[in-house]
Design a binder for this molecule. Structure first.
Ligand code: NAD
Length: 346
């Protein structure tokens, strides 16, 4: 239905986007949604398989940096708001080749902003319809042992990924300031949960453990990240999209600061306690697979966000503990692994 108000989600075949779309359509089964995703190596339609037959869900394979396509979507549909996840998201890849990061994360964001502005200005809805940009705490740089990032912390990106995201944030702010567009930014800490690409830390730990292969940990394993369960992030986004104030930024944290080594050990302990895990080789303990590797170039030492603003002004807080979130995540990867084993036996 082209007339019906429709939420435009970008990057919905990726990790957080797919979790968000599943969450959104379950919570609002009568709403209509378009998922615009390029399906890079990081996107997968199997993340959204259950939704493909729904009449209120449209999938469009395409690039957010394709101006003609993005404008066509705005002219064909009654886009009621945008939630913008699409990005190149892996720091290591940005260190090897920054170009795609600037193209998608920075230029792509500008093209979306421009298309939304032009369509909504014509309708006279520019100050009403929301453009929600999904960002990261990495734009704030790296912390020492103390302190946390606040919404007012100056941007200090330290790798090409975070630089491209910080540039996108600034463009979003500028569209709010210059044109009065109803923009909002949320900056979250590291997410974990089902459907994440294997290249990221927690899926790498789980997948390598299941294959009985070395679990690589950068440097001394003492880098600190704050872990946010993806479903808690989705609830926060829903709250911010509907109730967040225009032109504001909201930080979203998990309240789970951990050094990488502790995360690896914790996952191995959970796997050790699971009776049904089948690996290609027998192991006394998964922990013996942990191996230190050469550190990432310019590796940020510690990230932690202060999300008091979101908690106090909009009443959100995370529900999942690290223990329960990791168990759910591991269960999902073990189920995938079992399916892979079954297929390889056919
Ligand atoms: P992801 O890499 O899993 O998914 C990104 C998705 O965007 C993929 O489906 C990919 O196909 C799509 N995409 C990439 N380039 C595109 C383009 N040019 N046009 C259209 N689609 C394109 O990423 P994620 O982990 O789900 O992250 C989603 C968003 O959240 C990103 O903006 C990221 O910066 C932000 N974020 C992620 C985390 C995290 O821990 N994963 C934390 C904070 C913020």
């Amino acid at each position: 239905n082209k007339q019906k108000p429709t939420l435009l989600v970008t990057g919905g075949a990726g990790f957080i986007g797919a979790n968000y779309i599943n969450y959104y359509l379950e919570k609002y089964p009568n709403m209509q949604l378009i998922n615009l995703d390029k399906l890079t190596y990081a996107g997968s339609r199997t993340n959204l398989q259950a939704l493909e037959s729904l009449e209120n869900y449209y999938f469009i394979q395409g690039d957010i940096a394709d101006e003609k396509l993005v404008n066509t979507i705005f002219s064909m549909f009654n886009v009621s708001g945008v939630i913008h996840f699409a990005a190149e998201s892996h720091v290591d890849r940005s260190i090897k080749n920054a170009k795609e990061f600037v193209k998608t994360n920075t230029l792509g964001t500008m093209i979306l902003l421009q298309a939304a502005r032009s369509a909504w200005e014509k309708e006279g809805t520019l100050t009403k319809k929301r453009f929600h940009h999904i960002s990261t705490d990495e734009v704030y740089g790296s912390l020492g042992e103390d302190g946390k990032f606040h919404e007012e912390t100056p941007y200090d990106p330290r790798n090409p990924y975070s630089a491209s995201k910080a540039s996108a944030n600034m463009l979003v702010k500028s569209f709010g300031h210059t044109y009065g567009m109803n923009v909002v930014i949320s900056s979250s800490s590291n997410n974990y949960g089902p459907k994440q690409h294997e290249e990221k830390l927690i899926p790498t730990i789980i997948s390598n453990a299941l294959r009985g292969e070395e679990i690589p940990i950068y440097g001394d394993g003492q880098n600190i990240r704050d872990w946010l369960y993806v479903e808690d992030h989705c609830r926060a986004l829903d709250t911010i999209y509907h109730y967040g104030k225009a032109f504001e930024t909201y930080n979203i944290g998990g309240g789970n600061e951990k050094v990488n080594m502790d995360i690896a050990v914790k996952i191995c302990e959970i796997l050790d306690h699971m009776q049904a895990v089948k690996t290609p080789r027998s192991l006394d303990s998964f922990k013996n697979l942990i191996t230190f590797t050469t550190d990432r170039k310019g590796h940020d030492r510690r990230y932690a966000v202060d999300d008091t603003k979101l908690r106090e002004s909009l009443g959100w807080k995370p529900i999942e503990s690290l223990e329960s979130g990791l168990k759910k995540t591991i269960d999902w990867y073990v189920a995938q692994w079992d399916q892979t084993l079954q297929k390889s036996r056919l």
